[in-house]
Design a protein around this ligand. Structure first.
Ligand code: NI
Length: 175
């Protein structure tokens, strides 16, 4: 059974390390599969839309994500991306975001509005995810986590939420 892991917060050294690549052979390890299930459980319980392994004190290059439905992903969906690499970007836009490891705050970050990311899924198969808006934002936010980068490093004005919309980002759309 999956269980909820502790999400580490800013100040914890795991958030500042460059995470190590996952050896594809490790994907088949039942403990690795358990970790993925635990990370989904932890993300949904938070609640959040993405969670990177360093946020549960595991310095490995993968994350889980579920931003719900959007135009490009009408079925929504749970995604796991192992050893992700961004291979398409376009223009940058300002987006408001929050982070489960910086609880209660939001800030404005410049993100690519459209990205494609390739990597491996939890079965070790090659995958490529592509999306815009929140989907693209979450992908970039999670990959930053794998590089020891937090959104507060890039954000213009980290602040307590000032509007209902910002509260929702801080409380349920953080990643
Ligand atoms: Ni985060």
């Amino acid at each position: 059974m999956p269980y909820i892991r502790k999400i580490v917060t800013v100040g914890h050294p795991a958030l500042r390390k460059v995470a190590k690549k996952v050896d594809p052979k490790e994907i088949w390890d039942p403990l690795f599969q358990q970790l993925i299930d635990d990370m989904f459980e932890t993300m949904y319980a938070a609640p959040g839309v993405g969670l990177a392994a360093p946020q549960v004190d595991v310095s490995k290059r993968f994350f889980v994500m579920d931003v719900g439905e959007d135009d490009d992903h009408p079925d929504g969906g749970r995604y796991v991306v192992i050893n992700p690499k961004i291979d398409l970007t376009d223009e940058e836009v300002e987006m408001t975001e929050g982070c489960l490891s910086v609880p209660g705050y939001v800030g404005e970050v410049s993100r690519f509005n459209h990205v494609a990311v390739s990597g491996l899924d939890r079965d070790g198969r090659k995958i490529r995810l592509e999306g815009k808006g929140l989907f693209a934002q979450a992908l970039q936010h999670e990959i930053d986590h794998l590089n020891g980068v937090l959104y507060i490093d890039k954000a213009k004005n980290v602040r307590l939420p000032q509007t209902k919309e910002e509260e929702e980002i801080a409380e349920s759309a953080a990643s």
